[in-house]
Write a new protein. Structure first.
Ligand code: 13P
Length: 259
């Protein structure tokens, strides 16, 4: 059985004060983990600080971004090797907030994906459609485009092996509205089938996360679904007590269904 991967994306939130106040709760999460891994994605500047508290736990570190260069005159950027150096395991790329506010296009995201894989870290590739695109039934096309840009650049579908694809409908992020579970299922199945058409073997080694307004009250919709292997969680991950309730609920559900 694959372990569930719950990624806590803090986005542009947090401070030393916030971490110090919550560090006992953060460490406590580990006591509840049997079927899940947790990965924390604080802003870059706090990755190293948090790392000292989570060593020897099932909690790992995720970076929210990375540059496509490994070194040189690229003011303000951070490289994969630097992230590796401080113990990062996963890197979120293609998040809609970076696509939207930082003009990141599919080619740049494809470059990041391939570079992350080449350097032994694990990309969490966010894909998903806008409200408008959903209205015009373009979800499949948009998601496949995002996958195709990576396939085109790498020319090898095996690049997706041991990676994470996070389906995050853009309209669901921070809106309080989750996606319809049948629609989530359909799009994940569609992507699985598409990748399988190139190589059937690798599909079992790809994780699929759902992200977008996941919280305690709606998480039940997504549990018991064998095609979802985890969640990418924003807002709730900043309220550590609520986040723990959520993790406990997921653990309880996985325990009763899979053990
Ligand atoms: P929310 O959980 O706040 O909707 O954010 C989801 C997200 O964007 C995670 O990357």
């Amino acid at each position: 059985m694959k372990k569930f991967l719950i990624t806590a994306n803090w986005k542009l939130n947090g401070s030393y004060n916030f971490i110090n106040k919550n560090i006992d709760l953060i460490k406590k999460i580990n006591d509840y983990l049997h079927f899940c891994h947790i990965s924390l994605a604080p802003p870059y500047v706090y990755l190293n600080y948090i790392n000292q508290f989570i060593k020897n736990t099932s909690i790992s570190l995720t970076a929210q971004n990375v540059d496509i260069h490994l070194k040189g005159s690229f003011t303000g950027e951070t490289s994969i090797n630097m992230l590796k150096d401080i113990g990062v395991k996963y890197i979120i790329i293609g998040h809609s907030e970076r696509r939207l506010y930082h003009n990141e296009n599919i080619n740049l995201i494809a470059k990041k994906f391939i570079l992350i894989k080449e350097h032994g870290l694990i990309p969490i590739l966010c894909i998903g459609e806008t409200k408008e695109q959903k209205k015009y039934k373009l979800t499949e096309k948009i998601c496949i485009n995002q996958i195709n840009s990576i396939l085109k650049l790498s020319n090898n579908v095996n690049i997706f092996e041991n990676t994470i694809i996070a389906y995050e409908p853009i309209w669901a992020i921070g809106s309080g509205k989750i996606a319809n579970i049948d629609e989530v299922k359909n799009i994940i199945f569609f992507i699985r089938k598409y990748i399988s058409s190139f190589n059937k073997k690798i599909i079992e080694n790809i994780y699929f996360q759902y992200g977008g307004s996941v919280d305690y009250s709606n998480i039940d919709n997504f549990l018991n679904k064998t095609y979802i292997n985890g969640f990418l969680i924003g807002k709730v991950s900043l309220k550590l007590k609520n986040f723990i309730f959520l993790v406990k609920k997921i653990e309880k559900n996985l325990n009763s269904n899979w053990s």
